[in-house]
Each structure stands twice: as structure tokens, then as C-alpha cells.
Design a protein around this ligand. Structure first.
Ligand code: ZN
Length: 308
């Protein structure tokens, strides 16, 4: 069977599920399915991916190139670092998969692939500089220039969740520095991702760290929820203003669970402007077009571009 460019496979590897999507040359999803992620045994992890690709070859009648997105990063020595799939950490995943699958395989961070998906046919289609920011269980993102992912030596350009939270804001709201899962202290992710928002609400006396309850309370004009929201938007606006100062994007596309909260999206441009110089305006803020499917779609675009 020859390598065929009519279809591409995109894999989205999460801590619990691996989703595979078969896409045609116009990036229409033809077929997709999911299996559980083996996180403890590296050989089993490789076997699971190999079985998915073999099944995809059978279903498509072709042998397509493979793009993979996963949480974590591929370092400059092509080794994986991933907290969610611990068995892959320190392993040469790309070269191992190339050996097994006998075809082009490329792996990237899942939030970077979210950005790629949105800059190719998504909310930021045809715009020169698009930043994709995910605010969900974590805060990650990626930068795309002219529809291509900006690649860098350590593959960490755009990891805005681990920039430090503003000292001015920590002092203003009298908040402690929080230990981050990455090993650093005071990363912005701990104040702006879903668990961070829940933590803020509880810290200010909301009585719960549940973000669903927080949104309900906010809509009922609960004073603690309003205060929490004001603080949260200050932190989010501040961190996005850092993106504007760093990359000056035409658009920031927002995805992840918290992007579903209208109040956050509506308040974001003003919150960003507050942290920029006079005369500089927030870029267009847009919700993602491809919600849950952005992982496999971005992975397929990566695989397709890599194969050209
Ligand atoms: Zn961190």
C-alpha cells in the first residue's frame, strides 16, 4: 500500500481517551472513534496507537500520514514530557511510532493544535497572526502565523499559563502565591484556568470551588461572585495583554470549558485594554469554531502539512 495524501489521520491523546479522526483532503471529518488511553505501560500505549492506525487504514482503504496532539511538550531532543500520559515521559515517541507505522508521524502540544485548527478554516481563518488560548482544566495555547504553527527550539512558545501572575494584582486582591503543577510558583494558570477560578471563588468566601455554582451565583448577582469575577477578569485581561505585547495578534481565539461562559468572552476586550497603553486596543476576541473536535482536526492539519 502506498502513502496516500487523499486522507489524513489526526489523533488527540488525552489522559483518559485517545480519539482518532480520518479527514479528507478538504479537512472534512469522514470517521472518528475513541479508545481508552493506557497511561502506565509505554509498550501498551504504542500498541494501542498502532491498532488505531491499522483500523484507520482498513476503514479508509489508504495509508495516510499521522498527526498527533497530546498534553505536554516534545523537547529539543525529541523526547516527550507529559504529566497526563506518564508512561510516555522521557520516551522518543515520534521515532518509535515512525518505526512501527512506517510513515510520516508528527506530534505537537494539544493547545498548539487548537490554535492551528482555528487559524486554518476556523475563527481566525486567513488572518496573519492568530493566538489560540485554551482556558479549561489548564491554560495553554499556541501562535499561528499565516496559517502555520510558530515553531521554536523548545516548542514552548505560547505556553502562557506558566507566565507569572501579575504581582500588582496579587497584591491588589491580597492573594497568596500558589504552587503550580509545573514546579514553579505563582503561574497565572492557577488563577485563570477552571480550577483557578473555582479556587478564587472559595478563597473569597463563595463557599464552593464549583465553577458551575459560581456562574449561577454570578447571574443571581451574588456580591462575592461579582467580586470574584472582577478579580478573575483582571487576571485574565492582564495575562492576555502580555500576549498582545509579545505577539500583537490580529485575533485571540478562546477555547476550553470557560470560553462557554458568555460573561467572560463579553468582558474580555475591556479587561485586556485596561492593561495596555493608551491608544493600543485589544485584538478581536473570538470563541472557537471547532469546539471538541479541534484536537483531532489540528492534529490532522499538522500531519497533512508535514507530509507536503
Ligand atoms: Zn506553572
Amino acid at each position: 500500500m502506498l502513502i496516500n495524501n487523499n486522507v489524513t489521520y489526526g489523533l488527540d491523546i488525552g489522559g483518559t481517551k485517545i480519539e482518532i479522526g480520518i479527514f479528507d483532503s478538504s479537512l472534512n471529518l469522514i470517521d472518528s472513534w475513541r479508545v481508552s488511553t493506557p497511561t502506565q505501560d509505554y509498550q501498551e500505549f504504542l500498541n494501542t496507537i498502532a491498532a488505531l492506525i491499522s483500523e484507520a487504514d482498513k476503514r479508509s482503504g489508504q495509508q495516510a500520514s499521522v498527526g498527533i496532539g497530546m498534553p505536554g511538550i516534545i523537547d529539543s531532543n525529541s523526547l516527550v514530557k507529559s504529566a497526563n500520559v506518564s508512561c510516555a515521559t522521557g520516551k522518543p515517541l515520534v521515532s518509535d511510532l515512525k518505526n512501527i507505522l512506517k510513515r510520516s508521524v508528527v506530534v505537537a502540544n494539544d493547545c498548539q493544535l487548537f490554535a492551528l485548527s482555528e487559524s486554518c478554516g476556523g475563527a481566525g481563518d486567513k488572518l496573519p497572526i492568530v493566538y489560540g488560548a485554551v482556558i479549561g482544566t489548564g491554560a495553554g495555547g499556541g501562535l499561528c502565523i499565516d496559517g502555520h504553527l510558530y515553531k521554536s527550539k523548545n516548542n514552548i512558545a505560547g505556553e502562557y499559563g506558566h507566565l507569572p501572575a501579575s504581582g500588582t494584582l496579587l497584591q491588589k486582591y491580597n492573594l497568596p502565591l500558589r504552587q503550580c503543577g509545573c514546579g514553579l510558583v505563582g503561574c497565572i494558570e492557577n488563577y485563570i484556568a477552571g480550577p483557578g477560578l473555582g479556587w478564587l471563588y472559595q478563597y473569597f468566601g463563595g463557599g464552593t470551588d464549583c465553577t458551575v455554582t459560581f456562574v449561577k451565583d454570578l447571574r443571581n448577582e451574588n456580591l462575592i461572585a461579582i467580586h470574584t469575577f472582577k478579580c478573575y477578569m483582571d487576571f485574565l485581561g492582564s495575562s492576555f495583554s502580555t500576549l498582545v505585547l509579545s505577539y500583537d495578534p490580529d485575533m485571540i481565539v478562546v477555547g476550553g470549558g470557560l470560553s462557554q461562559i458568555d460573561e467572560i468572552i463579553d468582558a474580555l476586550p475591556d479587561a485586556i485594554n485596561k492593561h495596555l497603553f493608551k491608544g493600543i486596543k485589544s485584538p478581536i476576541i473570538s470563541r472557537a469554531v471547532f469546539g471538541d473536535s479541534s484536537g483531532v482536526r489540528g492534529a490532522a492539519i499538522l500531519g497533512k502539512n508535514h507530509d507536503l
